[in-house]
Write a protein that binds this ligand. Structure first.
Ligand SMILES: Cc1cc2nc3c(=O)[nH]c(=O)nc-3n(C[C@H](O)[C@H](O)[C@H](O)COP(=O)(O)OP(=O)(O)OC[C@H]3O[C@@H](n4cnc5c(N)ncnc54)[C@H](O)[C@@H]3O)c2cc1C
Length: 217
């Protein structure tokens, strides 16, 4: 039977997840990523149970849940250290149907990529949607190596998506909400600590342990 061809623009979390789902559904998938490689960039990322349910659909939920590290207490603190609210990992898991999993973004990218066939992800491949196609004609995507035709194109090229702009030129695009975030991963402190967020006036700080022993802040 002829395999339908899908092209995914962007090898971020969204693009890779869509690619794994399509591959499992029998599609021949090519992921085009403009970055030179899938270097282990970023810091930590939090996956709540609803995100894990999406990963269950593509057979990767258990691998991600194995990386859950938060145990015991946590909560929210005032800037002086006073607890505003306490949360217990077990109670949170019972309430929301599973643990909150904090992992390094690069680990998630690795897990997703490992579920794709060799060669499915092409890096150094900035792509542009030339023609979205129609009922009788395939979509066309420009790449540095020439055009690709596909029955389906997934626009997963991030927050400033050029593919979205091509399809919806009137879309206003992202608007700065006034929040800037720095994310870091650091070695674990010697003393045990309770994962928490500290809420101050216009400021927020959070720390969570990762399974590999480091701390995501
Ligand atoms: C490098 C990076 C590091 C991040 N680190 C963190 C983190 O540590 N913690 C956290 O919580 N969130 C992080 N984020 C954000 C988080 O991953 C995303 O907000 C979320 O996962 C949404 O994913 P996405 O797939 O929609 O978009 P993104 O993750 O932004 O992925 C979009 C991808 O499309 C590629 N792309 C863009 N234009 C083109 C083009 N024309 N052709 C081909 N490829 C293109 C980009 O290079 C990128 O890899 C990071 C995002 C990026 C890109």
């Amino acid at each position: 039977m002829e395999q339908h061809r899908a092209v995914v623009i962007g090898a971020g979390i969204g693009g890779l997840t869509a690619a794994v789902a399509l591959h499992r559904g029998g599609w021949q998938v090519t992921v085009l990523e403009r970055a030179a490689d899938l270097a282990p960039v970023g810091a930590g990322i939090g996956l709540a149970p609803n995100a894990q349910r999406a990963l269950d659909v593509i057979g990767l939920g258990d691998r991600v849940r194995d990386l859950a590290a938060w145990q015991g207490d946590g909560g929210m603190r005032a800037p002086g250290g006073r607890w505003l609210a306490r949360t217990d990992a077990t109670a949170a898991a019972a309430r929301f149907g599973g643990p909150l999993v904090l992992l390094h973004r690069a680990t998630l990218v690795d897990i997703l990529t490992s579920a794709l066939p060799d060669g499915a992800v092409r890096t150094g491949a900035a792509a542009a949607l030339v023609d979205p196609g129609g009922d009788r004609s395939p979509a066309r995507v420009a790449t540095p190596d020439g055009e690709i035709e596909a029955a389906l194109v997934v626009a997963a090229d991030g927050i400033r998506s050029a593919a979205r702009h091509a399809l919806f030129p009137g879309h206003p695009g992202p608007r700065y909400a006034g929040c800037t975030t720095w994310r870091v991963v650091v070695p674990a402190p010697e003393r045990p600590f309770a994962p928490h967020e500290t809420w101050g006036a216009g400021r927020l700080w959070g720390t969570q342990p990762l399974k590999d022993g480091r701390i995501y802040a």
